[in-house]
Design a protein around this ligand. Structure first.
Ligand code: ASP
Length: 451
């Protein structure tokens, strides 16, 4: 059985196990079901820890080497500029699509007053916690209470230069790590060849070893994915899902349209690659993203999938490592639909200007959202405040957020691969789709070609 099939099987087994331990089914005593869900959450967490373990060294080494392989700062400026342009344009398109869909479907009008009151009451504590945690974290980080979306982004940019790179690495702060690695890589291009060679040779060796380490970790993916799925399915509130069916349906359909149609068209027409080859190669990353709800945890697999498409390593390094934190079209879609849904549910009539504000804020907020589970809903609180909408509205949607987080993370991760494919073509080195065997088989078994 190929590894992809094994991971898919793991997903199916996880869903079945989760359903079996779900209290709604009553197969197990409620306490036992919860204990089983907790235990499988811990096993899944171990798998994610293994992936997290690789992220900081992999990003640091890949970005430094990517920089030296590109050769000079001007080329980096060009490639980086194209990647960033692609990210911002696609996020704006995604949030506009989401706001339009929410206006057409009007999911907020479908929710009965009774369900609304019940959700607002049941999840008030959780919503407050989310708004509170978000505010607290930002206040700690930015030294300011109640920052706006723009202030948050501005401050994150100002903090992009790490005073202590090792501290940034210890804390897993991606943007400062990338800035440090970019500058160090640029400096390496100025060091005479013979002097730089030993250090670069060592880094190349380290990069190869890290890639193989990720391949080894992926052997545990079927069990990890099964455990993560069992814990999510075992704890999801079915009654909440039913009450929010139209909202969840709208978010999901727009995510699928973005992930399949928009990305498929971008890969085909801008990237010159068959969408089928692209989605096939991206299966492992999609499965890990879906079960982990974390773009960051998916990054090592994301890199390997992009590379298995024959995209040059420097472009893969920039598009995926920068994209993991910056490029989140799935999150922009969720934030767009959720904002309009909350406005509708609370009977707030949004003017066209306010709707455009929501699109702009969702675009910016998706860039500032951390690549970890539930980060998008924390940023949503800021969008709501920025657009003059009630932040307590989060209580209405928090009950289904975990499931939607899984879907939007898949789109977030796919978006990085799309950007890598498109920019590779713009740079005259298009993805071949077959430089290596499909990810998940030989490529992930360690048969890497050097590029
Ligand atoms: N979980 C998402 C991610 O890691 C972020 C979000 O919550 O929207 O990509």
């Amino acid at each position: 059985m190929t590894r992809n099939r094994a991971i898919l099987l793991g997903l199916g087994v996880g869903v079945a196990l989760g359903a079996a331990i779900h209290p709604g089914l009553g197969l197990l005593a409620p306490g036992t079901g919860k204990a089983a869900a907790d235990a499988s959450g811990k096993i899944g967490g171990l798998f994610l820890d293994l992936l997290w373990m690789c992220i900081v060294p992999l990003v640091t080494v890949s970005v430094i080497l990517g920089m030296t392989q590109l050769g000079d700062l001007r080329k980096l400026g060009r490639v980086g500029g194209k990647i960033l342009l692609f990210y911002v344009a696609s996020a704006a398109l995604a949030s506009a699509l989401a706001v339009t869909a929410a206006n057409v479907v009007r999911p907020g009008h479908a929710i009965s007053a009774e369900s609304r009151k019940r959700l607002a009451k049941d999840f008030a504590g959780k919503a407050e916690e989310i708004v509170g945690t978000g505010e607290k974290k930002l206040a700690e980080r930015l030294g300011k209470k109640d920052p706006s979306v723009l202030e948050t982004l501005g401050q994150l940019l100002l903090k992009a230069v790490p005073r202590q790179p090792v501290k940034a690495m210890a804390e897993g702060e991606m943007i400062p790590i990338i800035v440090f690695a970019l500058l160090l890589g640029a400096a390496f291009t100025l060091v005479p060849g013979p002097k730089a060679a030993p250090a670069l040779g060592a880094l190349e060796g380290l990069q190869e070893a890290l890639i193989r380490l990720v391949s080894m970790i992926l052997w545990t993916a079927p069990v990890g994915v099964a455990a993560l799925m069992a814990s999510v399915v075992g704890t999801v509130g079915l009654d909440v899902l039913a009450a929010l069916a139209l909202y969840s349906g709208t978010v999901s359909v727009v995510l699928v349209v973005e992930g399949v149609l928009v990305y498929g068209a971008a890969v085909q027409f801008l990237g010159g690659l068959s969408p089928l080859a692209f989605f096939r190669a991206y299966r492992p990353a999609m499965l890990v993203a879906f079960s982990s709800s974390s773009s960051a945890a998916s990054l090592p697999v994301n890199m390997q999938c992009a590379e298995s498409l024959g995209i040059p390593r420097p472009i893969v390094a920039f598009a995926t490592s920068i994209g993991t934190t910056v490029n989140m079209d799935g999150t922009a879609i969720f934030q767009g639909v959720a904002s309009i849904f909350i406005a509708q549910a609370f009977g707030v009539d949004l003017t066209l200007g306010q709707q455009v504000t929501v699109v702009a804020l969702a675009t910016i907020a998706s860039i500032g959202t951390a690549p970890v589970p539930s980060a998008g809903i924390v940023m949503l609180a800021m969008i709501l405040q920025g657009a003059g909408l009630p932040a307590e509205g989060i209580a209405l949607i928090v009950g289904v957020d975990r499931v939607l987080d899984m879907l939007r993370t898949v789109v977030n991760v796919l978006g990085d691969g799309v950007a890598a494919t498109v920019v590779a073509r713009w740079e005259g080195t298009p993805a071949t789709g077959a430089a290596l065997a499909p990810a998940g088989s030989a490529a992930l078994d360690g048969a890497h070609g050097a590029r």
